[in-house]
Design a protein around this ligand. Structure first.
Ligand SMILES: Nc1ncnc2c1ncn2[C@@H]1O[C@H](COP(=O)(O)OP(=O)(O)O)[C@@H](O)[C@H]1O
Ligand SMILES: [Mg+2]
Length: 306
């Protein structure tokens, strides 16, 4: 088996106190899409910076594409591309200028860089904006420029740290389709996100982390199987609904209740909730349900910050 990332027992302590990573290990198979899922402050960016050779761990080791992140950082930097969490294109340059200059900086000849920049902008639907200053583009298009730069040099691995934060749903779908295309081409994709659906839709494998530690890992289906139920009922507007407890595992957040159960009992519960005039959603279990079970519900502001 070929591995793109092998991280072993990584710990990162900032300024002597904050333990951003705590004995954290993770393996990513070559050619796969792997997501690191966790709430804000879980340690996702810290981990991404370590495997992209930007930051050194306090202890532990990591290799990327077979190279050690500390001793062989240069080898890694040639082979990967990153879209950092805080990355923004330069306002006074166009998408074309960004991609072209980036390719030249990575060692491409002027004529190859020209052809490739044109091709990538076309593929990402940026052709009509190629000569517009990035300062005049929407947030979604600016993020696409960042992704265009990252993938233009055809790296073996792309690391995207929360690539869709702050984007509207349509722009988010756009980035998703770019990631899906990368996956088809055998590029290894490492993604961090706090959007459950994003991780579930895009990933071959997902690591759920919290407070610097691994909480669960597996394919979306493996993670869903860990819930031990098939159907989720979400009830809203319930001040007190203790009857739900007899239907399965119950998680409560404000006036919203999640019940993990099977399809038959979910329907019975829905009927009962209907009598009480509660809001009812009934659906198959999702990765988000496991997250709520293991880590807890995300705040509304964390979930919908666009
Ligand atoms: N440069 C830094 N100095 C001190 N603390 C930091 C620094 N960067 C991150 N942290 C802290 O480390 C923890 C993990 O942060 P981060 O890796 O950015 O998490 P995430 O990307 O999952 O939101 C948080 O508590 C954060 O405040
Ligand atoms: Mg982060």
């Amino acid at each position: 088996m070929d591995f793109a990332v092998v991280a072993q027992r990584l710990t990162k302590v900032y300024s002597g106190t904050t333990r951003a990573l705590d004995d954290f290990s993770l393996i990513v198979k070559k050619g796969s899409v792997h997501s690191l899922l966790g709430r804000n402050g879980a340690g996702k960016t810290t981990f991404t910076k370590i495997i992209s050779t930007i930051l050194e761990p306090t202890s532990g080791s990591a290799s990327v594409l077979g190279f050690d992140v500390i001793k062989e950082a240069k080898q890694i930097r040639k082979r990967i591309a990153i879209v950092p969490q805080e990355g923004r294109p330069y306002s006074l340059q166009t998408p074309y200028e960004h991609v072209f200059a980036f390719l030249v900086a990575r060692g491409w000849s002027l004529s190859d860089a020209k052809t490739q920049a044109k091709r990538v902008l076309e593929n990402l639907g940026l052709e009509e904006y190629r000569n517009v200053l990035c300062g005049n583009l929407s947030g979604g298009l600016r993020q696409k420029v960042m992704v265009a730069m990252a993938i233009a040099s055809e790296p073996e691995m792309v690391m995207l740290d929360e690539p869709t934060v702050g984007l509207d749903p349509l722009a988010r779908m756009n980035i998703w389709s770019v990631i899906k295309d990368l996956a088809k081409k055998d590029t290894t994709v490492f993604l961090t996100t706090h959007y459950m659906e994003e991780a579930e839709v895009l990933s071959d494998t997902i690591t759920i982390m919290d407070k610097g530690k691994k909480v669960a890992e597996g394919s979306p289906n493996e993670l869903k199987a860990l819930i031990g139920a098939t159907t989720t009922v979400i009830l809203t507007g319930a001040s007190d609904f203790s009857e739900a407890l007899s239907f399965g595992e119950v998680y409560r957040s404000g006036s919203t209740i999640r019940v993990y159960t099977d399809e038959k009992r979910a329907k019975e519960l829905a009927l009962l909730a209907q009598e009480k005039k509660l809001g009812i959603t009934l659906r198959p279990v999702s990765v988000e349900d496991l997250f709520v079970k293991l880590v807890g519900e995300m705040d509304e502001s964390e979930r919908n910050d666009y």
